[in-house]
Design a protein around this ligand. Sequence first.
Ligand SMILES: Nc1ncnc2c1ncn2[C@@H]1O[C@H](COP(=O)(O)OP(=O)(O)O)[C@@H](O)[C@H]1O
Ligand SMILES: [Mg+2]
Length: 475
Amino acid sequence: MFGGALVTNSAASGRGDGLDGFIPEGVASLESILCTEELYRRPPRPPDYETENRALVALAQALADSPRTILQSLADTILDVFRADSAGVSLLTKEDGGRRFFWPAIAGKWKPYIGGGTPRNFGPCGDVLDRNCPLLMRHVERRYPYFQPVAPPVEECLLVPFYVQGKAVGTIWAVAHDQRRKFDAEDQRLMSSLGTFASSAYQILASLESLSDEIVERKRAQDDLGRNHDLLETRVTERTAELKEANEDLRALSAQIQQAQDEERRRLGRELHDSAGQLLAAIKMNLAEVLAKPLSTEVSRPISDISNLVDQATREIRTVSYLLHPPLLEMAGLASALRFYIDGFAERSKIAVEVDIPQRFDRLNDAIEIALFRVAQECLTNIHRHSGSGTASIRIAQVDGVMEMQVRDAGKGIPAEKQVAQNASGGVGFRGMRERISQLGGSLDIQSGPNGTVVTTRIPVPKATIAANEDTAVA
Ligand SMILES: Nc1ncnc2c1ncn2[C@@H]1O[C@H](COP(=O)(O)OP(=O)(O)O)[C@@H](O)[C@H]1O
Ligand SMILES: [Mg+2]
C-alpha cells in the first residue's frame, strides 16, 4: 500500500509517457537538494577495513546460504554498517525497459515501502544514474513531491550506483531521518565497495531467475509432451477399436460368403441329382425296355454301349453332386457322410484309408458338420494329389467339449518353403480351411515332415449344441 503511492506508472497517471521527462512546476532544483561535496568537508576518518571485511564476509555467506533473500540481507547490512535509519536497494525494472526503479529490499524505518519505487527520469536514483556517481541528498521531498507522504522524511540520503557489464542496473542507499547522523567520505567509500557486491549479487540472482525460467519452460515442454502422448494414445486406442470392428465386419462377411457358397453347392448338387440324374434314369429305363425286345446284334450292341455310357454318366453325376453336397450329411450326420465319402475316395484313389470315428456320434450343428466334412475332404484330396502316400487315416474324437479331427498320411511331407507360407496365409486349400475353422472359434494345426503330414482340427462345441443333443438322445 505504501509502495503503490510512490510508483507512478503511465496507466495510473493517465499520461502516455508517465513521468518521463515531466517535471512538475514549482519544485526545488536538483542542485538545491544535492550536497555531495559536503562528504569531503566533514572531518576525515581512516578507512574502516575491518568493518568492510566483516560486512562482505557476512554477505558472501548469506549469498551462499540463501541467494533469493540476498538483497534483503544487503539492505540489513547497510542499515547496520552505516548506522542508518533506513537502507535499501533500488533496481531498474526490466519488463518496461527500465522506466522505473523498484525497491525489492528495504531495512529500517522505511521497511513498509518494500515493493514501491520511483520513476527513472524524475527521482533520486535516476539522478544517480544520470550523474554516474555517488550522490548525497537532503530532503528529497522538496524536489520530488511523491516523497511528501513518505514518513519519516529524509534528512540525508547517500546513494551509490552499481553496474553489470558497464551498464547501470540499480542503486543502494542509506537514509538518515534526523540530524544526528551525517555521512562522510569514508561512508561513501564503504558504500561503493558494497555497490560492487550488489552487482555480483544481482548477476547471480539474474542467472538463478533465468535458470528457474528455463526449468518452468522445460516443465511446460514436458507437460506438452505428456499431453501429446496422451492424445496419441487415445487416437491409437480409437484406431485399434475401429480396426477391430472392421476386422469383425470382414469376418462376418466372410462367414456369410462361406455360407452362401455352401448353400449354392447344395442347390447345385441337388439340382444336378434331381434333373440330369432323373433324366438319365428315365433314359436308362427306356433303353432297358428297348433291350428287352428281340434285336439284331447290329442294333443291340450300340444300344447296350449307350446303356453303359448312361450308367457311367449317372455315376459321374452322382459323384459330382455328392461332392458338391453330400446328401447324407444333412440326413444322417457327419459320421455316416464321412464314411460314405471315404469309401468312394478310397475306391477312386486306390489309397487305403483307416477310419476311426465313434459308432454313436452326436449330431453337431450344421456349421460344424459342414466345416469338418470340408476339411476332411480337402485333406484327403491333398493326400491324393500331393503326398504320394499309399495310406491315410482319419480319426475323430470329442474331448471336453472340443471336437478333434486328425487326418494323417505317410507321404513325403509338405515342402519346407510351402510350410512357411502355410503358417503365414496358406495355399488356397489350407487358407479356406483355416478361415472356416476360425469362424467357429477353432484351430487348425499342420505338422509335416519327411514321414508324412498330420492335420489336426479342433473346434469347441457350443454348450447349447451338446445339451440339445443330449435332449435328443434322451428323447
Ligand atoms: N498331405 C500333403 N502332403 C504333401 N504336401 C502337401 C500335403 N497337403 C498339402 N501339401 C502341399 O501344400 C500345398 C498347399 O496345399 P493347399 O493349400 O491345399 O493348396 P492346393 O492343394 O490347392 O495346392 C500343396 O500345393 C502341396 O504342395
Ligand atoms: Mg489342396
